[in-house]
Design a protein around this ligand. Structure first.
Ligand SMILES: *Cc1c(COP(=O)(O)O)cnc(C)c1O
Length: 371
């Protein structure tokens, strides 16, 4: 497209209320952030910062090459070993980020003649993985195990893949993972779960949605854990069998053809993992704040969705109205993002409120009073 074509497309898009501008934040602003995914408040933890700084001094900033050339350090290896043990999987592999992990896993495990079944509300990175794959993709109704079953019954493919978010990033509800696992076994499908919003938050030890449901590697063979959310860091872990991880090292293009994640981030991720286990008060406080938020919102007749996770969206409907409310909240120093189509369905615009362990009851009460 030439720039005149781009310009006219942009102008047309601007008339739709959907045009996005990036909000610039700076570290010395004192807005209260109710839209971050840093659910445990770890990103600014002094020990985490120190570990990252020390590692950068030792290893430098960049890794200098891809994992299969000269970018794979002891820091990466140690990080993978620590995560495999924590997640009780045979092995783990550290990717650059969650988006690349999802593309890379689907790429490496699926091919011509295979079938992919995705929850229709899955994260864009999973849906994109399906688009780039040579396998045929279909989307089943959200969290609807019967709908998925009917689709699997008709399948004639040799290999089937069921893919779901564990905690849905927009609505905060949790997938019926044990039922998905039963279907996967019954129809000889591979089950892949993306636990971006559950890892470190759910489960007594922070083991995420699979600890919460007590699902082993036999129940869920591919587990993806992005580390940019509750880990307060960056990167992503894929965990499962030895054969899974070896296959990814051989065949996953988004693992192979990219500069290795900086070793200092691998060290930071290990430190974060340690803090998650050691400081369980963060998870407990977060759970208490979630209950507090829901109780106080219900007292004020605010329209909540059925979510027990830190993602507590408020349904507004109209896209323009959700933006106006978000702007008004910002004037009072509350940062709450409005999510509009195409991120959510038409007329389903929401205020995506997320809670974290460093919020106070007072801040929550203030937010709800303004709303
Ligand atoms: C954020 C997110 C990702 C992407 O992870 P990044 O590390 O940010 O690239 C993948 N899946 C889900 C469900 C997410 O919420």
């Amino acid at each position: 497209m030439d720039s005149a074509t781009l310009q006219s497309r942009l102008q047309e898009y601007q008339t739709t209320d959907l045009y996005r501008v990036r909000r610039v934040l700076s570290p010395d602003q004192d807005t209260i952030n109710f839209s971050s995914n840093d659910y445990l408040g770890l990103s600014k933890h002094p020990e985490l910062i120190k570990a990252f700084q020390n590692a950068a001094e030792k290893y430098g900033v960049g890794s200098g090459a891809s994992q299969l050339v000269t970018g794979h350090y002891d820091a990466h290896r140690d990080c993978e070993v620590a995560f495999a043990e924590f997640l009780q999987r045979d092995r783990a592999l550290l990717f650059g980020n969650g988006y690349m992990a999802n593309l890379g896993v689907i790429d490496a495990l699926t091919g011509i003649g295979d079938e992919i079944y995705q929850d229709r509300n899955n994260h864009a990175s999973l849906l994109d993985g399906g688009r780039f794959s040579n396998a045929k993709s279909q989307r089943y109704w959200h969290n609807d195990v019967d709908n998925l079953k009917r689709r699997l019954e008709k399948s004639k493919a040799r290999n089937r893949f069921i893919i779901s978010d564990a905690v849905f990033s927009m609505s905060g509800d949790i997938a019926p993972i044990p039922e998905l696992s039963r279907l996967a076994k019954r129809y000889h499908a591979t089950l892949m779960i993306d636990d971006a919003h559950g890892i470190a938050v759910l489960g007594k030890n922070g083991g995420g949605s699979l600890e919460y449901f007590q699902c082993s590697q036999q129940d869920v063979s591919v587990l993806v854990c992005p580390l940019g959310k509750a880990f307060g860091s960056y990167g992503a872990i894929v965990a499962g069998s030895h054969e899974l991880v070896e296959s990814l090292i051989q065949f996953s293009r988004s693992y192979i053809y990219t500069t290795a994640i900086p070793p200092a981030l691998a060290i930071a991720n290990m430190k974060s993992l340690e803090l998650i286990q050691k400081e369980s008060w963060r998870r407990e406080k977060l759970q208490a704040l979630i209950c507090f938020f829901r109780k106080k919102a219900q007292e004020r007749a605010i329209n909540l969705l059925p979510s027990s996770t830190p993602i507590q969206p408020i349904l507004i409907g109209d896209a323009e109205r959700s933006v106006t409310i978000s702007e008004q909240l910002l004037q009072k120093d509350f940062l709450v993002s409005a999510l509009r189509p195409p991120t959510v369905a038409k007329d389903q615009s929401i205020l995506r409120i997320t809670l974290n362990a460093l919020h106070t009851e007072k801040q929550i009460t203030q937010l709800l009073d303004i709303l």
